[in-house]
Write a protein that binds this ligand. Sequence first.
Ligand SMILES: Cc1ncc(COP(=O)(O)O)c(C=O)c1O
Length: 421
Amino acid sequence: MTVNTISSDMHHSQGAYFDVQRIRQDFPILTQRVNRQPLVYLDNAATSQKPRHVIEAITRYYELDNANIHRGVHSLSQRATDDYESARETVRRFLGAAESREIIFVRGATEAINLVAQAYGRANVAAGDEVLITTLEHHSNIVPWQVLCEEKGAKLKVVPVADSGELQLEAMDVLITPRTKLLAVAHVSNALGTINPLREIIELAHARGVPVLLDGAQAVPHLAVDVSALDCDFYVFSGHKIYGPTGIGVLYGKSALLDAMPPYQSGGDMIRSVTFQKTTYNVLPHKFEAGTPNISGVVGLRAAIEYVERLGLANIAGHEHELLIYATHEISALPGIRLIGTAKEKAAVLSFVMEGIHPHDIGTILDQQGIAIRTGHHCAQPLMERFGVPATARASFGLYNTRQEVERLVEGLRKVREGFA
Ligand SMILES: Cc1ncc(COP(=O)(O)O)c(C=O)c1O
């Protein structure tokens, strides 16, 4: 390979070539045409596409190993249990957690947050207490806290966001009071791409004795995460945004906190013993995994984590950062464009509005050209209100996107503008 052949889609980072054309071959869905054009998939923040490695792991599980876990002495059940529990260890390592019993498998980030809101909240939040969130949260990190606060007579407080899309931390300092029972904050904003300064935030909260839940749904596909180094109390993410299957996600919690929490759901597997008089609960992590879990989803999630680890999160981050910089430069140069979210630290998300054109029209015209972006409020209505827009158009990048695809997007946006001229 000569230097000339190394494009920005095949760059040298951390000692490895990130060959995006080669990587794209792992994703069967990307080879198709949509509306007679090669598909340009830029809706990765909503969900990501799946590499063959993940699809085959799920197929292999159903073809060879399928059985219910934890309860069987027969070989298939033991193999399925081993697959499931070794995936827990993979997730533990991936997140840098101290113990695998701190990893709870759930349906996704939404269920993980509901679990903490209900189980931790039920035990620790009382009338007059406060829960602190921020303006840039996804609805799934707003509504569960709102429901809890309504139930308990507690108060939901909100850290404001600056015009750049960065949190106003000086306000956070004031908003944390002796009644604050938890701070819940996104690691990366799904609507703006802002990467929040977690170390500072966690230090601030912990100095006041407030535990911190991090919503990592938009972070784990793009950034290496180490929950031990961060010292966060809870961390949640969804499998489907990190190239894994839908219907599987993870709650990490410090064992001391999880141990002290009551169960979330009850039924099989989460018990130690049951009589009609009294039930005692299982140990972690099983206490929080009632019923037959999504075993094939766990197998697929493990394959997805192995896949991104093999490529290297630093390489992925480097590649996506180049795409984001290039797209930001090109799109902000188009007439009538306003970028929503211009934080210094951003990951993989470009949100914008076009003067005089509704985002849904942008999305529809781009779709006619085979380009998939998301338009709408991105499940962040309070944030849209903060920026004075009902909706934005959002292009979000994944590890398989290319510079040529950004060029197609820019060209597509020119056509949108021409269509409305
Ligand atoms: C920041 C953030 N948090 C939470 C969620 C909810 O994830 P899920 O729908 O997979 O539970 C999303 C999904 O878009 C998100 O972007």
